[in-house]
Design a protein around this ligand. Structure first.
Ligand code: 4NP
Length: 156
């Protein structure tokens, strides 16, 4: 099983959106028995909460399931138990590297590293911008590219 963890700050806006979108893409490619998907936040403030209303609205509009998803805070073991740790922005990625220290963790990258033609490096935080549609577009493209990358790298 290849394990993929999406990481943002609160685990209520961006990373749950990426988790739900990526899981749907994985299912569409018939890989749900090979790729496991989860998300977590570096912060603790929203632990136990369902995705933010803005994220739910976008996912509903696109018919993407998010039932049962609840925010959780990342723990150190995640760094070594997940094969891919995909951060939404540079702060998240910096925190992952800091948590891992010198130990060899999973493959770490930012989601938009897989979308080099986009001038943005970070997925903007809609908790502050209110622009969930912009995030959805970036997440959808980023996840598609990430899935292609993982399929190639893992021979799936
Ligand atoms: P997210 O957005 O990292 O995309 O889930 C945020 C959600 C909550 C907070 C910050 C960002 N907060 O500070 O509570």
């Amino acid at each position: 099983m290849v394990r993929v963890l999406f990481v943002c700050l609160g685990n209520i806006c961006r990373s749950p959106m990426a988790e739900a979108v990526f899981r749907k893409q994985v299912q569409e490619e018939g890989l749900e028995d090979r790729i496991e998907v989860d998300s977590a936040g570096t912060g603790h403030w929203h632990v136990g909460e369902a995705p933010h209303e803005g994220t739910r609205q976008i996912l509903d509009r696109h018919g993407i399931d998010y039932s049962g998803m609840k925010a959780r805070q990342i723990v150190k073991d995640d760094l070594f138990e997940f094969d891919y740790l995909i951060a939404m922005d540079a702060d998240n990625l910096g925190n992952l590297h800091k948590m891992a220290g010198t130990k060899k963790a999973g493959y770490m990258a930012r989601l938009l590293d897989f979308v080099p033609e986009d001038k943005r490096d970070d997925v903007p935080d809609p908790y502050y911008t209110g622009n969930f549609e912009e995030v959805y577009q970036l997440v959808e493209t980023g996840c598609k590219r990430l899935l292609a990358f993982i399929r190639e790298r893992e021979g799936l």
